[in-house]
Design a protein around this ligand. Structure first.
Ligand code: FMN
Length: 386
């Protein structure tokens, strides 16, 4: 599977795996792919612990970190002090969540007690993100720093370039991808509406060729495709379209390495491809999944989800409580409440979605190789006939 990204990063396969779980990142990088750790919830100190662990479990292999930093945060909620943030959360939103949990028999005691924690939102601006990037760049194996919220801001570009590493950025629309390329982003992650997180409105099959055409004049920006990619065949398909690699997220949530609660894994595996919605109910930005939580926020009587990071401050305490219940659930216990996240099992083929990340990666790549060979034969045949 030739791709210049293999050479650039020193990897065997141009398969990128986004995860908040260090075990997944380490397993994928160790197996010859490229793991990327979601670092936005970390302080420099907690990130240091995770990266130290990944270094110890990857035998010198490269990996990346991912942050959510808007290019400009002037006059947005992200720039506010904690007490100002608190004031921006309408009581109606908290009341809606308290009722919802109570309806599902979940204890609501003390849910929103206590002030918004100091430093909330810091990682979305230079103050916090700069320190997190500095901590990440201390690790030689961190070869890529990715921004998931628009073009990487100047301080991010400067720090990463000065350390001689690469910059990536997610794009859910053609215009966003062009802005990234204009800023010299090395890896543009083009994410279709199928994606489990950071999903735009256009399908991967349509968006990737559209972006490739627009970025033809930026040969230094590599395009990798994201959104709905679970199998090797799908990876081969996006590379046949011209992408230089595949970027994946949801597929790792059910692996043996993932920290996902067993009850939630079961729900994800049991769900089908129609059981997702695009919803702002979790973070304020669009994510794709479905549960009683998303249904409630799409109900006629629900308030509109708030912008990031306010919606997260409304949802996180509640979803944290639901996640704790999900962790306690055992297959012999009562059926888990429907508030537990469901996500579709996109395409199952014969891929064992429970398999450890490393194993799944190799099975997928075998299929990808076969699909690429078939595609290659098809091209030769058609050429032969012409
Ligand atoms: C639970 C979850 C959380 C995510 N959080 C982030 C994030 O913090 N930063 C980011 O760049 N992408 C995030 N993503 C998006 C992934 O990087 C990736 O683009 C997406 O999952 C690809 O689509 P797929 O889920 O169909 O594989 C998240 C995805 C999931 C499923």
């Amino acid at each position: 599977m030739p791709s210049r990204l293999c050479e650039k990063f020193g990897i065997e396969f141009p398969l990128f795996a986004f995860s908040h779980c260090r075990d997944v990142v380490a397993a994928v990088s160790s197996a010859g792919g490229f793991g990327v750790l979601g670092a936005t919830g970390h302080s420099p100190e907690t990130l240091e612990i995770e990266l130290e662990w990944i270094d110890q479990h990857t035998d010198g292999k490269p990996y990346g970190v991912d942050l959510l930093v808007p290019a400009s945060i002037d006059s947005k909620e992200e720039a506010l002090a904690p007490e100002e943030i608190e004031e921006r959360i309408p009581p109606e939103h908290k009341a809606y969540v308290l009722n919802l949990l109570a309806e599902h028999g979940i204890d609501t005691g003390g849910l929103y007690e206590g002030p918004v924690r100091e430093g909330v939102g810091d990682n979305m601006r230079e103050k916090g993100a700069g320190l997190v990037i500095d901590a990440a760049l201390e690790h030689e194996q961190v070869k890529l720093v990715v921004n998931a919220l628009g073009p990487p801001p100047d301080f991010m570009l400067e720090k990463v370039r000065a350390a001689n590493r690469y910059v990536g950025a997610l794009a859910g629309a053609r215009e966003h991808a062009i802005k990234h390329a204009e800023r010299g982003v090395d890896v543009v992650v083009v994410s279709g509406t199928e994606a489990g997180g950071h999903c735009g409105e256009v399908s991967t099959l349509v968006l990737v060729p559209e972006v490739l055409q627009s970025l033809a004049r930026f040969p230094d920006s590599a395009v990798v495709a994201a959104g709905g990619i679970v199998t090797g065949r799908q990876m081969a398909a996006v590379m046949a379209m011209g992408a230089e690699g595949a970027w994946t997220g949801s597929v790792w949530l059910t692996t043996a390495e993932a920290e996902t609660a067993p009850a939630v894994k079961e729900k994800m595996l049991a769900a089908n491809s129609r059981q997702t919605v695009r919803s702002r109910s979790r973070t304020g930005k669009y994510t794709r999944h479905r549960s009683a939580w998303t249904d409630a926020w799409h109900a006629e009587e629900s308030p509109d989800p708030l912008p990031m990071p306010l919606q997260g401050l409304v949802s996180e305490p509640a979803l944290g409580r639901i996640a704790a219940l999900a962790r306690e659930w055992s297959p012999r216990g009562p059926k888990p409440d429907d508030l537990f996240r469901r996500a579709r099992r996109r395409t199952h083929e014969s891929t064992d979605l429970r398999a450890p990340g490393r194993l799944r990666l190799h099975a997928g790549l075998r299929r990808s190789r076969r699909a690429t060979e078939r595609y290659g034969r098809g091209v030769v045949l058609r050429r032969g006939r012409a």
